[in-house]
Design a protein around this ligand. Structure first.
Ligand SMILES: *[C@@H]1O[C@H](CO)[C@@H](O)[C@H](O)[C@H]1NC(C)=O
Ligand SMILES: *[C@@H]1O[C@H](CO)[C@@H](O)[C@H](O)[C@H]1NC(C)=O
Length: 351
């Protein structure tokens, strides 16, 4: 806690009334009418000072001695919030009587102050005392649902520039101690865009800056950090979970551009010759492959079959060396999103 700071002191006496705000005017008239003397002092203290912390030396600042305070039965009168302070007559000081929470006293309003009068009798004197309560950075920015991550499911086909609104944080402090900025944890795909509402409140959006690729980066765990401008700086954090949804953006790919094998003439029907293999980086049905043989010469169509699930090519008819010495087949792998990859299979027939 910062020590007591008295930023402002308006010297007591009539001259101090010159230039004081309008609303003092009525008080002035009243004072003239009853022929009292009075002064005006203003103290600035940080909020949250301990009980009995000194707000100011009233006696000294008003040019009164302690005897006068006691003989005049100096006391604090009128004004709301007088319970916050206590006049210690024997020392001539004004001290904190009760914890002063600036947020409770003034909320968003700045500057935050409360005023009251100190009265002395014989002769009567009325002194106005204003205590300005300065904000300390006693609140951090807080996200309302900070324990629950903000979740997004975003298709990997989402266009660059798409925006995702994020939660705003709240900071009860004011001025520099209030929320100043948002930060998104470093990542390749998203940036933060900050906006201000007409009332000055900031809100943020996450903007897709680079296309997502589920196959490379299916999930992001990001952090949104809200920081204030106090010293020391305080911050609040909420997690952002991004699940990248699959789009059928990958074609099945065979592990070889050509498969070659030799097959003996008169190989029995049902004998497997070779296994082709294609893979698809997509998930679910977009990654699920079925194999087929295509564009075969008619002669080959009866002789070879492929297991559509395993990619095993087997003999299904009569291989006759005299007819064909070589078979060239096209093999396809199709995912359930309709994308197809192809490869070639060459069989040499051995006599
Ligand atoms: C195809 O290749 C993939 C990756 O290399 C492997 O996991 C899979 O078992 C293979 N499939 C067959 C039928 O050999
Ligand atoms: C391709 O996949 C097949 C079947 O799994 C395997 O027998 C073959 O060795 C693979 N080829 C390469 C180059 O990995």
């Amino acid at each position: 806690m910062a020590p007591v700071r008295r930023l402002h002191y308006i010297s007591p006496g009539w001259e101090s009334f010159c230039g004081v705000r309008r609303r003092i005017g009525s008080l002035l008239l009243l004072l003239l009418a009853v022929n009292m003397v009075g002064g005006q002092i203003r103290y600035s203290i940080p909020e949250e000072m301990k009980k009995s912390s000194v707000i100011g030396n009233v006696a000294q600042d008003l040019g009164l001695d302690l005897k006068r305070l006691s003989s005049g039965q100096a006391r604090i009168v009128t004004g709301e919030n007088v319970h916050y302070t206590e006049l210690q007559k024997d020392k001539g000081i004004l001290v904190v009587n009760e914890r002063i929470d600036r947020e409770q006293l003034c909320g968003d309003v700045t500057p935050c102050s409360f005023s009251f009068e100190m009265i002395l009798e014989n002769p009567m004197e009325l002194h106005r005392i204003t205590v300005e309560v300065l904000d300390i950075n006693d609140h951090a920015p807080v996200f309302p649902n900070k324990d629950k991550p903000i979740s997004f499911e975003i298709s990997e086909s989402a266009a660059v520039g798409v925006r995702f609104p994020l939660q705003s944080a709240q900071d009860l402090d004011v001025g520099q101690n209030a929320l100043q900025n948002y930060i998104l944890s470093p990542n390749d795909n998203f940036i933060l865009k900050q906006h201000s509402n007409p009332d000055g409140r900031k809100y943020v959006e996450m903007v897709l800056q680079k296309p997502l690729d589920r196959e490379r980066h299916p999930h992001f765990s990001l952090k949104l950090i809200a920081v204030d401008g106090g010293t020391p700086q305080r911050s609040g954090t909420v997690n952002i979970d991004v699940t990248v949804l699959d789009a059928n953006d990958n074609i099945p790919v065979f592990n070889q551009s050509v498969y070659k094998a030799s097959v003996l003439e008169n190989t029995k029907t049902g004998t497997s010759i070779i296994t082709v293999n294609a893979t698809d980086a997509d998930s679910g049905s977009y990654g699920h492959i079925t194999y087929s043989l295509s564009e075969m010469k008619e002669s080959a169509a009866d002789i070879f079959r492929i297991n559509e699930n395993t990619g095993i090519i087997y003999v299904s008819g009569q291989i006759d060396y005299e007819k064909d010495k070589k078979y060239e087949l096209r093999v396809e792998a199709k995912d359930h999103g309709g994308l197809t990859g192809t490869s070639k299979v060459i069989f040499d027939v051995i006599d």
